[in-house]
Ligand binder design. Structure first.
Ligand code: ZN
Length: 168
């Protein structure tokens, strides 16, 4: 069926999608534990197992630091799920802007931590002020997305059981 299983790091960050067969091997070798399964069961090596949807590695895998994501408009919109971080509006990609939390005019940098998705209205209303000055609190504190989670984002969106791991 081409059904796949999401592998999480020991820290619950998504790592990759693998086949059910590979997931079962990891589970049987006790290199991973079952986090979520479907209702179905399968037979493997004489065991009856639930069909895994999400497994978690028992040992933490270190992700190289060089995998830093460049901060782009597309990336920021994706991270923020194309939602205005000030009012929660989702007016569509072309009506969204990238807002510098500390305005550029005041030395604000284009970094993952200093930019958020904002609808045109909010961006205009905020102007050259900080969220505090404009009395426009942010719904979440922006962070740099996990490289691997980001690469998988489109895939993770496809499954309810996976989606919650996409945005850590
Ligand atoms: Zn808004």
């Amino acid at each position: 069926m081409g059904q796949r299983v999401l592998v999480l790091n020991a820290s619950y960050e998504p790592l990759q999608l693998i086949s059910i067969r590979r997931a079962v091997v990891l589970l049987l070798q006790e290199k991973a534990e079952l986090v979520e399964a479907t209702e179905q069961r399968l037979l493997a090596c004489g065991f009856s197992l639930e069909v895994p949807l999400v497994i978690r590695l028992v040992r933490y895998i270190k992700i190289p630091r060089r995998m830093r994501l460049p901060c782009s408009r597309r990336g920021v919109l994706m991270r923020d799920r194309e939602t205005c971080m000030y009012c929660g509006a989702q007016p569509g990609r072309s009506n969204l802007t990238v807002d510098h939390i500390l305005p550029r005019s005041r030395g604000g940098q284009t970094t993952w931590e200093n930019v958020v998705t904002a609808c045109r209205d909010c961006n205009h209303r905020k102007g050259g002020r900080t969220p505090e000055e404009a009395n426009m609190p942010l719904s979440v504190r922006p962070r740099q997305p996990q490289y691997i989670a980001f690469a998988l984002l489109g895939e993770l969106e496809r499954h309810d059981a996976w989606r919650k791991y996409a945005y850590g």
